[in-house]
Design a protein. Structure first.
Length: 362
């Protein structure tokens, strides 16, 4: 969790007002989307903290198999008394064991669980449910959750739901007929942070701590982030750390200062960390030809023509489109226009340009 959130104040304010405005407020049903590293998980954490200051209970989950059943087991104050739910004793007999819920009963069971939990919380308190990586949830789980949420909100219950996922989540979920309810959600799209905001945040954090930084060094640090939230964190951290290590190694007369060489070194370390933590895992799990498709795209400074990419691969359009679709399905690239593709993960183009074609992958 970064110490300062930049460029996301409107989302926090909308959610806070949604809690204060009471049942029926549109921002009690929120859908947060953005590319990897755009700060979706951080935003969920921030909204959870806001809910807790309003004396709400927060249930955080990440989408995967069994999502709805996990929610029910965590929310129900007494699982054994919830209709439609049975408990399989654990082999060791040391716990309740696994919950078993018939799929058709999941919406009503989840609704009963939330109703029961609200009763135990008491007047003036509520329940926030956040789900991260929602694009990985099964349609069965999302249908059950959306159905239960719809009933709870219609009943003016003190509940709120925030879903976070990749940009494709909007089309994948909202276009599903069984999830038309989610079309009424407040959609927040997290993009790059304006560089003016980045500069102001870096300046305030650094100079507010009694540390000096020149305008040129501040400009370099700001522009190196590209406004990408995760890169902002990395640059701020590594620039600061390099300056502190340099000062300890060779103390200077002027003391607390960040030099432009500190920024250059910190940015280099941040870029390496970004490649190692975000880009490499993406590339390593792809097939060789899928990576070839990305490397063909990386030759362009912006969106690529699909026909040009196929030509660079030395393949037909039909063959290249197989990998185009696989990369689209994995949310690694996007199709901003007909016949065009672009990277959906910031700095992936730069990472591919900086690495050798022999990057190991499975």
């Amino acid at each position: 969790m970064p110490p300062v959130l930049i460029g996301r104040e409107s989302v926090s304010m909308d959610f806070r007002e949604g809690l204060e405005d009471g049942p029926g407020a549109p921002d009690r049903l929120m859908l947060i989307t953005g590319p990897r590293g755009s700060g979706k998980t951080v935003m969920l954490t921030e909204l959870g903290l806001i809910a807790k200051t309003h004396h709400w209970e927060v249930i955080d989950e990440t989408a995967s198999n069994g999502l709805c059943d996990r929610l029910i087991s965590r929310i129900a104050p007494e699982p054994g008394r919830i209709a439609g739910l049975t408990i399989k004793p654990s082999a060791m007999g040391a716990s309740l064991g696994e919950l078993s819920i018939a799929p058709a009963l999941r919406p009503s069971t989840l609704r009963d669980a939330m109703t029961s939990r609200l009763k135990t919380l008491g007047k003036g308190k509520g329940l926030l449910i956040t789900i991260d990586e929602t694009q990985d949830a099964s349609m069965e789980d999302m249908t059950a959750i959306a159905t239960a949420a719809q009933h709870m909100l219609r009943d003016n219950a003190e509940v709120a739901f925030v879903f976070a996922g990749l940009p494709s989540l909007v089309s994948d979920l909202l276009n599903a007929k069984v999830l038309t309810f989610l079309r009424h959600s407040s959609i927040k799209q997290l993009g790059d942070v304006p560089l003016d905001d980045v500069r102001h945040a870096l300046s305030t954090s650094i100079r507010g701590a009694g540390v000096t930084i020149s305008d040129d060094a501040l400009t370099l640090a700001t522009e190196s982030t590209g406004g990408y939230p995760y890169m902002i964190q990395l640059v701020g951290y590594h620039v600061w750390r390099h300056a502190r290590r340099r000062e300890k190694a060779t103390p200077s007369a002027n003391g607390n200062v960040i030099l432009i060489d500190d920024v250059r070194a910190g940015v280099e370390q941040a870029q390496a960390k970004l490649g190692e933590g975000v880009c490499a895992p993406v590339v390593n799990q792809l097939s060789e030809r899928a990576v070839d498709y990305l490397r063909a795209m990386a030759q362009d400074d912006g969106p690529s023509s699909t026909s040009v990419v196929a030509s660079r691969m030395g393949e037909s359009m039909d063959y290249a489109n197989i990998y185009r679709q696989r990369l689209l399905d994995k949310h690694i690239i996007a199709a901003p226009a007909r016949g065009r593709v672009d990277f959906a993960i910031p700095f992936l183009r730069e990472y591919l340009r900086a690495t050798e074609p022999t990057v190991s992958r499975s």
